[in-house]
Design a protein around this ligand. Structure first.
Ligand code: T1G
Length: 697
């Protein structure tokens, strides 16, 4: 079926694109568009042309999947320029999203109309790219260089009203018949004739606009490749003609497209859209109706989860076993609303309306009618089993009983009930109302219905849910153990905390491991380790972290941890006392300290992650390597432009990583560095985790 059609309506050519799911500009769409534009423009019977899309959205951009294929003509820049060159006026009629190449096609048109609900944007920077089909030259001509720059550097779309006010579109229409509105507008354009955007001037800009932008991206887009190239292109649009600007845009676009960063960001884009594909869960799998959510435990996590559920539209009951706890929970929720109001995310009115769906008590009977219960009490197995035993007694049959445990055995928790098929792990990340990731832990008995319902809940909460198997620490925290372990060993062997943190931060991590420890609270990790009975019998294992916790240095919350923090500041300052303590402990453990370079720090911390990730894949705890990448880029501050630990491993080549891990095994022992069998196998046959995922399908 051809994805592009042309229909003549009263001397107006209506070109419609129908290429689900998002009318991306695949080769077939480009080919059809170019043919019909040329045909309609050459047709003397045609007085105007309208371009419209079927389905849920206007063109959502170039077909990202085709970026890894040899380019095929007609190329998008040529199509956009051909539309602009039409003697016959061309109108774009936009609904849903006009993004990237889709907005460039619309800006190639002489006029644009849009439904009030439409969104328009150039999000290429989110894929490590820049608008490569004249977008960097056309948008400044329509909305001015400053707004164009902001739209391209943030990648955020704007609404139809804002687009009209900015001059990006000519009319906002409210209609169920967009094709009709397009034909009506096209008819009015016949007299006006074509308006060639390429010939529009770019308005004067402030002298320091581009300098300011460069300073800004140095902070906000640390280490990213494409933002500077976007600034370069927009700057050129104020200095040279359209064709020269487009020539440079094309060169810089190709640089971006071929960059490892764009490969990493494109991998992340598709990985996040693949997590929903769980083998035994299909569109036919029954989904339970969730109206009332009960959250147990009004601590920071519980209150954050309750706030997220409230904002997603659920009725929420917050339960805590004492009034004081409840008051704390209520205060936290109100504080989160105040923050939302201050950031303009929610209005006072909306807050009051939302709070009507919140109830609080210390009475278990108040959760008996809940459709879903999310337990967020202290991370202790005995306490969790007691709570689940109680829930089993009071909750209605069919209710989903979920635990927000971040490490503990979901099957053991489920065994405390007579309904293990309704028990699941829903591991939120802190802060729960901000972090997009949700690890969905399926137990041995968890039913497909409960998993399907949890995936639906995740989407409703606006989060990314990754279904994983049950083991200690699941995927994220289990891998974190090996990452943190190497950090602890490196501290004892000679690398100061600030060196380790700077190396990993410069490499792209959102924060270094020692600063993260202080943020999360060293007492949290310490208590979790105290709970474990299977820790390695090695005196070096998390030695420094344990010593700091035993000294009451929990991190930011106590003003002292690995670093010291001024009152009210989150800025870490190295503490000479800590370094003295570490030096002394190295001597006590008979470790000769040495200078350690950045490469070794990165390899030991990141290759440890990769090796553990490969073991997790071997055991089937994660369905795909790309799922592991989604967990680490959305939950642990792993640089998104590196795609995630498993994608990164493929870029380094598994044979190199395997060889280095074998060296570490020989140097530091097999207890911590036994290579994963899967990694050995893939390294041995020149394979990759991407291939593993393809074959796993
Ligand atoms: N190319 C290929 N597939 C795409 C796609 C695209 N541009 N956009 C979406 N899909 C697939 C996606 O993988 C999923 O597939 C399905 O569509 C639904 O997507 C030259 C260089 C439009 C806001 O960056 O932001 O143009 O999993 O689950 O939540 O200058 O998709 O069902 O098999 O995300 O409703 C610029 C990317 C490209 C927009 C819809 N455009 N897309 O969100 O659905 S670069 C973008 C989105 C470019 C030019 C440059 C969102 C959406 P599957 P979904 P959604």
């Amino acid at each position: 079926m051809k994805p592009v059609h042309l229909e003549l309506r009263d001397n107006i050519a209506l070109i419609s694109i129908d290429s689900p799911p998002v009318n991306a500009l695949s080769h077939a769409v480009r080919d059809g568009l170019m043919r019909f534009i040329e045909q309609a423009d050459a047709d003397a019977e045609v007085n105007a042309i309208a371009i419209i899309c079927d389905g849920r959205t206007f063109i959502a951009g170039a077909d990202i999947r085709e970026f890894d294929m040899p380019p095929q003509a007609p190329h998008l820049p040529d199509i956009v320029d051909r539309i602009d060159a039409c003697e016959t006026p061309v109108v774009a009629a936009i609904h849903g999203t006009a993004l990237g190449g889709g907005l460039e096609v619309a800006m190639g048109c002489h006029y644009r109309i849009a439904l009030a609900s439409a969104k328009l944007g150039l999000p290429e920077v989110l894929l490590g790219l820049l608008p490569g089909a004249s977008g960097t030259q056309r948008l400044p001509r329509l909305v001015g260089a400053e707004m164009a720059l902001n739209m391209m550097l943030s990648g955020k779309p704007i609404g139809a009203k804002a687009a009209l006010d900015a001059g990006l579109i000519d009319e906002v229409v409210t209609t169920d018949d967009l094709a009709g509105a397009a034909l009506e507008f096209a008819a009015t354009a016949i007299d006006k004739g074509p308006r060639h955007v390429r010939d529009l001037p770019v308005a004067e800009v402030a002298d320091d606009l581009f300098e300011k932008s460069r300073i800004n991206i140095a902070k906000k887009a640390r280490g990213l490749f494409s933002p500077e190239r976007i600034i370069r292109c927009v700057e050129l649009s104020t200095q040279v003609g359209y064709d020269e600007g487009c020539k440079v845009e094309r060169e810089l676009f190709m640089e971006c497209k071929d960059s490892p960063q764009s490969a990493g960001l494109r991998h992340a884009f598709f990985a996040e859209r693949t997590v929903n594909k769980v083998p035994d869960i299909s569109k036919e799998t029954k989904v339970k109706n969730i109206d009332k959510v009960a959250v147990l435990g009004a601590g920071t996590m519980g209150a954050g989860i309750a706030y997220s559920c409230l904002n997603a539209g659920y009725n929420v009951h917050l339960l805590d076993n004492n009034e004081e706890g409840l008051e704390r929970g209520r205060a936290t929720i109100h504080k989160l609303f105040a923050g939302g109001i201050a950031r303009g995310k929610i209005s006072e009115e909306k807050k009051l309306e939302t709070l009507e769906r919140l109830s609080l008590s210390a009475d278990y009977d108040d959760v008996s009618d809940a459709d879903l219960v999310i337990e967020a009490v202290f991370e202790n197995m005995a306490i969790k089993k007691e709570v689940f035993g109680k829930l089993d007694e009071v909750c209605k049959q069919g209710a989903i009983l979920a635990s927000n445990t971040s490490t503990l055995d979901v099957d053991e928790i489920a065994a405390a009930t007579k309904r293990p098929q309704d028990v699941i792990g829903l591991h939120f990340f802190s802060p729960a109302h901000i972090m997009r990731l949700l690890e969905i832990i399926r137990g041995k008995e968890t039913s497909a219905e409960v998993i399907a319902t949890s995936l639906r809940l995740t989407k409703t909460l606006g989060k990314i849910g990754v279904v994983v198997g049950n083991c200690f620490g699941f995927v994220g925290n289990r891998m974190l153990y090996s990452y943190g372990r190497e950090n602890q060993f490196l501290l004892l062997e000679g690398a100061p905390p600030e060196q380790i943190d700077k190396v990993l931060y410069d490499w792209g991590m959102a924060m270094g491991p020692n600063a993260v420890g202080d943020l999360a609270g060293l007492d949290v990790g310490y208590k979790a380790r105290q709970e474990r009975t299977d820790l390695p019998d090695d005196p070096r294992f998390y030695r420094i972290a344990d010593m700091l916790a035993e000294l009451g240095r929990y991190g930011q919350k106590t003003g002292k941890g690995m670093y010291i923090y001024e009152e009210g500041s989150r800025q870490p300052t190295p503490d000479p006392q800590v370094q003295i303590m570490i030096d002394k402990e190295s001597r006590t453990l008979g470790i000769e300290r040495r200078d350690i370079d950045a490469e070794e720090i990165i390899e030991r911390c990141i290759y440890g992650l990769i090796n553990e990730g490969a073991k997790i894949l071997e055991e089937g705890i994660a369905l795909r390597a790309s799922d592991i990448d989604v967990i680490w880029t959305n939950g642990y501050g792993f640089p998104r432009h590196r795609g995630g630990p498993m994608h990164y491993a493929d870029t380094v080549e598994l044979a190199k990583i395997y060889a280095r891990i074998c060296e570490f095994r020989d140097q530091f022992g097999a207890e911590f560095w036994e290579p994963s069998e899967l990694l050995a196998e893939l390294a041995g046959n020149g394979g990759s985790f991407a291939e593993f995922d393809k074959n796993a399908k």
